[in-house]
Design a protein around this ligand. Structure first.
Ligand code: C5P
Length: 206
């Protein structure tokens, strides 16, 4: 079974994808980490984020098994990732790796922006997870505060809106729901409710 989950930053798709993978005994790939991994290489080596040749090389060298979520989730890397994600050559290399991951048994849950439309158009179930920008900014704000940091709500909201715009307006694989995606609005749902709604959709299609 192959489950494709797309949606904007902080929509809850990552947590949902992990829960669903554990529940159905599937492997899980957060494809955002692959774009973050490429961005981090450029940041670490002081290269400009639009250096396509170096970014493509970094994408080729990327090992999906070695993506460190704790390091790559750092604030700032998401913004840089959305810049490297506009480059078609980077996307081509990463999409090949993501498809190879998806094809291996016993099946997988992939989450990102273009899984249902480009990476796995034949997925058994496609979910498109949304929530208002204000709700998403509040979730991020709470996460940072809960981790002992101090966060600026207005800055987080601006960051989310800027990233949404870059992801939906780019020419290469813009973020959008697949025609056969099931829309899940988590604005007023906690993770448990979202999980139950998603598994109802999946169980109905199995
Ligand atoms: O999901 P996450 O916020 O970690 O993704 C970081 C960035 O990577 C996104 O803003 C988007 O630009 C890019 N991305 C993408 N396609 C994917 C996953 C992520 O373009 N499938």
């Amino acid at each position: 079974m192959l489950i494709a989950i797309d949606g904007p930053a902080a929509s809850g798709k990552g947590t949902l994808a992990r829960r669903l993978a554990a529940h159905y005994g599937l492997r899980h790939l957060d494809t955002g980490l692959t774009y973050r991994g490429v961005a981090k290489t450029l940041l670490d080596t002081g290269r400009p984020l639009d250096d396509e040749a170096v970014a493509e090389e970094a994408a080729r060298a990327l090992d999906l098994g070695a993506l460190d979520r704790a390091v790559l989730s750092a604030h700032g890397i998401g913004e840089a990732a959305s810049k490297v994600a506009v480059m078609p050559s980077v996307r081509r290399v990463l999409v090949d790796k993501q498809r190879a991951f998806a094809a291996a048994p016993p099946g997988a849950v992939l989450d990102g922006r273009d899984i249902g439309t480009v990476v796995c158009p034949d997925a058994d179930v496609k979910l498109y997870v949304i929530a208002t920008a204000a709700v998403r900014a509040t979730r991020r704000w709470r996460e940072i505060e809960a981790a002992g940091g101090s966060a600026d709500y207005a800055g987080i909201l601006a960051d989310i809106e800027r990233r949404d715009a870059r992801d939906t307006e780019r020419a290469a694989s813009p973020m959008r729901p697949a025609e056969d995606a099931h829309l899940l609005d988590t604005s007023e749902m906690d993770i448990e409710t979202a999980f139950r709604a998603a598994s109802a959709v999946i169980d109905a299609r199995r």
